[in-house]
Design a protein. Structure first.
Length: 131
């Protein structure tokens, strides 16, 4: 599986609530239309009084392979999703792509790696709706 992890910074003219609401209600449905996507999770970052968060949110997009990710981003829905980022994210936002690998031959229970069932912004499946 290949993951693209997006590190988002909200636009300066948006509140935290506006940023998260736009991401969840407008952007996430664009992501769910991308061909081949297997999983999409949004992680809003909650600011604390004692720390300045390095970002305002993270998102994880999962695909079966790097080639599927590249094809998905080159598709019309993929290009539409990328173009939409400027509607709620600052230019300081960006993404990294990672391939999952077995760390030191260790076996990890996938249930431990999953966010809670009630996690805000979780979508799983291909071509389905964001729930």
């Amino acid at each position: 599986m290949t993951k693209m992890i997006f590190v988002g910074r909200k636009r300066a003219d948006m509140t935290e609530d506006e940023f998260i609401t736009y991401w969840w209600q407008i952007h996430a449905p664009l992501v769910s239309a991308i061909p081949g996507i297997r999983r999409y999770v949004i992680y809003p970052v909650i600011g604390f009084h004692s720390a300045d968060p390095v970002c305002d949110g993270l998102a994880e997009m999962c695909f079966d392979s790097r080639a599927m990710l590249e094809d998905a981003l080159a598709s019309r829905p993929g290009r539409r999703m990328v173009a939409d980022l400027t509607n709620f994210c600052s230019p300081e936002s960006g993404a990294v792509v990672v391939d999952e690998v077995d760390v030191l031959g260790a076996s990890v229970d996938p249930a431990v790696m999953e966010p809670p069932a009630d996690a805000r912004g979780t979508w799983e499946g291909e071509g389905g709706a964001v729930s």
